[in-house]
Design a protein around this ligand. Sequence first.
Ligand code: 3H9
Length: 738
Amino acid sequence: MEEIDTPQEAAVRRVPESRTSGKTWYPHTLMSDLVLYSAHDGIAVLTVQNPPVNALSPGVPEGILDGLAKAAQDDSIGAVVLIGGGRSFIAGADIKEFGKITSGEKKRGVGLAPLLAALEDSPKPVFAAIHGQAFGGGLEVAMACAYRVAVAAANVGQPEVKLGIIPGAGGTQRLPRLVGVAKAVEMCQFGNPVRVPAAAQLGLIDQVIEGDLLQGALAFARSVAAKPVLRVRDRNGKLGTPEVHAAVFAAARAEASKKQRSLQAPLAAIQAVEAAVALPFDQGIEEEARLFEDCLFSSQSKALIHVFFGERTVAKIPDVPKDTAVYAIRSAAIIGAGTMGGGIAMNYANAGIPVLLKETSQAALDKGMATIRKNYAASVAKGRFPQETMDRRMALITPTLAYDGFENAGIIVEAVFEGMALKKEIFATLDGIAKSDCILASNTSTLSIDEIASATRRPQMVVGHHFFSPANVMRLLEIVRGKATSKEVIATSMGLAKTLGKVGVLVGNCRGFVGNRMFGPYRREAQFLVEEGADIEAVDRAMYDFGMAMGPLQVGDLAGLDVGWRIRQEFKHLEIPGVRKPLLEDRLCEMGRYGQKTSAGWYAYDENRKPKRDPLVEELIATVRREAGITPRAIGADEIRDRLLFALVNEGARILEEGMALRSVDIDIIYINGYGFPAHRGGPMFHADATGLGAVYARVAEFHRQHGALWTPAPLLQQLACDGRTFAEFPYQEKANA
Ligand code: 3H9
């Protein structure tokens, strides 16, 4: 067999052992490059082979269609099993194709309809055999089959809304017919996966297979193939009427307005399921197609698809190849049990990694452990996980006042407050304790990793792991590369981020790294706007309306105004005389108003942390304006939004040009996962590209004329605007060599 290399033979070799159980050998025919055909004692098996996730790329639907036609013509065949090779059934439509449709490169409208019709009307019943994922178009294909069987570990779902679209191949019409209206609305509106045992209970899966999937599917097919099949499109028993389900749709819309603020796709998904209830099947399909296309051509969908690929792109580091050796991290130690240290410890415990948590006083340690316990208990109370999970996680965290045990840790994370002298002292101590292959990470949010590393004799093992508050919740992890950080440490950190459930983004070592460096100008402008006359609430409202999770002043109160105050003191020597600096937050801190933690900052907070205006702050603003000689003026939401967003973008352009971020999408992913930037806007750099860099540059230049040096346009922004290009196209060199 080794010498023969006809396509058919090659295809046989590509069928994984597990699909054939290694027991019986069946000859396979290649229907297309992407779908294999084999006959198994009267049952045709179509195996999709489109790694890594068997997306429905061009050629896959055609291959399945060919297979169905071949099975239909073969009298010895009584049924067809459709199965995925590799790690999943079918993870959905090929998302890369959507961009080709919206750009006009590819014809719109054909979709999967011919395939679905052929599956549904096949004279030989088709059985979808599911492992891994049946997502999006994958589940839609499965629902057009006569039966669905699956292994218990598989997931099914309609995640399209996460890409800003809705199911476009009958999902919103067939799903309610199988699982009922309320569940279908939930699945299409939120897009979360459903595990197979639950899906079986809902009626979406006909049989859960134990053991080998293909053998189980073949056995099931043999047991039912002769029975008459009721097509899913004809099963109306669970549909009810619009009146019966009016409350379900109303509740879903109310939930969307709260949890999916400003998003188009969830509302479209609800409307499409509503059409399933109100209209005959074919008209429902037409309504779904119309809504699908509206969403596909929306700016939200383009942004969300950019984010989908962006989250995967950030894992790719040009000079750290995929096969770079990594250190095994079996245990961790954390210095500092404050808000950050405690949250970081929870991440490790959640991932099953035992962790030592060190403090300098028993009181601080007790407080830190109590906070962790309280956070876990809140999750148990909300039903996120059972008490045993909490107990197991708590048991993985060992509080300590000493360095005992640190010598065994695979990674040590320093999470003490922002002070270079203290950090260097700690790293010098760690250098004497940690094993030679232990990663030494600092959770600093602004300080130089190189300077911290200089306190050790192993700067190659030192890296920044900048978590975001609350560290047990926020997905972002900035991984800061010092000039000596080894590739192995970077590769391990990127993998570790995944293990901890984070999105790791590699950034360069500059003050504030990427996220906080950009956040500085953003929050600076928020304060300037207030000094110049804007209302505090108007500033926050403008950004909330843009889609930010919170306005910039509220974020300051949440994070703690004292953090920035401390940092400004640390960097006082870098202040440039004569350059305008914000006045208000230092003054708030001097009044002891650190934000939510002191129940007072920009706002006053009640016991439920609800912000309200505070006359004391208004008085302070009036005083500061008077002292600075500012005559307040009316400032509209447009100016607030542009000043804040373009402050981000202008700094982002400098970061990009300096190479502190690898690509503009890395900045976008940082802002979406760490700073509450709305994913449906694609991130600040994507938003700037979508706005047009010419327009962005013109506005920045206008602010420069009005407000002086702080608004000097970044050279890269100016250049790209002149060239009519985008941030996404930069750097040209790398793209050209890719
Ligand atoms: C849809 O189906 C619309 C329908 O209604 C039909 C309308 C007509 N397409 O995530 P990973 C790539 S919309 C193209 O790292 P994991 C991914 O970019 C679709 N590419 O692996 C990555 O590439 P690279 C609905 C895709 O194991 C590689 O595969 N379906 C697609 O952590 C590995 O991915 C979805 O939204 C795709 N559909 O997770 C499912 N999926 O290696 C989206 C993945 O070059 N996919 N890639 O970076 C997922 O949720 C996860 O990828 C999955 C695997 C859970 C499947």
